[in-house]
Write a protein that binds this ligand. Sequence first.
Ligand code: HEC
Ligand code: HEC
Length: 329
Amino acid sequence: MSAFRTSWFPFFLAAIFFIAILNNIFYSPKKDPEKKLVIEKDWKAPDINLVPQTPEGDLIRYGRALIVNTSKYLGPRGIVAPITNGMNCQNCHIEAGMRLPVNSFFSVASTYPRFRERSGKVESIVFRINDCLQRSLDGKTIDSLSKEMQAMVAYLKWVGKNGIPKEKLSLTPAELPFLNRAADTLKGKIIFQENCQRCHQSNGQGVLYPDSTGYLYPPLWGVNSFNASAGLYRISRLAIFIKYNMPFDQVKNGPKLSEEDAWDVAAFICSKPRPVKIFPEDWPNPESKPIDFPFGPYTDGFTLLQHKYGPFLPIKKAHSAIQKASDHH
Ligand code: HEC
Ligand code: HEC
């Protein structure tokens, strides 16, 4: 027995060690955004029907209601305060933030507070919600002690309760592969007409409910849409959102649009007017600006137009060359 063990056991240990290393290599999401999608599949969405009938449970349910029907509470005719544009959080955080893989809330509880380059600060969940209120909902912030803020935070913590630890998550959001050309607004217009306008309308203004308390189909541009400082105004964020979530009624079994079409229709939407609200304190370290942020100043020599529509590969290459050079100093 002991002879058997001495001959067999070291190989067994070596095999386990080897598997552990392989697992680490293939499971580590660090620099590869695609890996994030793999990890996310391990996450189990909790069931709202199982939230207990307690005061804490009521707060979670109210938080969910605020995210699903934001406009009812905080929209232009909101029953709590008229401080937003009439969109709902859920318009972009689909299924109340439970739908993977884009803009899901699954990792908020385990990754916040966290440092973000846009503010150059360690942000709390409250700070991040107020960010979306000011930009995506083109509105005002709400007090951290208000019942509404407490409720949304309680909901987000509950969503993340089966959380995946921070170390296993990529904080870089997933991205579609870049095109070899600039995204094309004219091609995008045709894709829009064929796939989107039956709901979002030819003028992109969406469709209000008959009582005007919110949108059946939310606006994609114009005065009631997200403003130019919102994350979705970056074409890479918009393209990947569209790829996985639109046309709304045709993606249950996976994406419908090609990557190319998603980029082009995103370009068309980004070419349309929308509210502009400038946050001068954004990107205190200009070198950390994402390559598709369409506002200057940039020191890399690429035009603002290229930062808006691409082609992005040359920018990415130039930036990683600068990065490499500065790593040597
Ligand atoms: C117009 C679309 C849009 C709307 C409406 C919107 N958001 Fe967001 N939100 C985004 C985008 C885009 C991101 C960035 C996601 C990323 O980093 O990949 C984001 C990020 C977040 C995050 C951080 C997620 C993370 O994992 O870092 C939170 C929390 C959040 N939003 C909450 C809200 C709440 C609450 C509302 C409603 C009050 C709201 N959002 C409305 C588009 C939107
Ligand atoms: C069947 C109707 C329908 C079609 C077709 C459709 N959408 Fe949507 N879209 C929706 C709905 C509904 C929402 C909000 C989802 C929610 O609140 O659950 C939405 C949300 C959005 C949003 C985020 C919120 C906003 O207003 O900015 C974008 C961007 C978007 N759609 C783009 C598109 C694009 C691009 C297409 C075509 C490729 C498209 N949609 C096709 C119904 C549709």
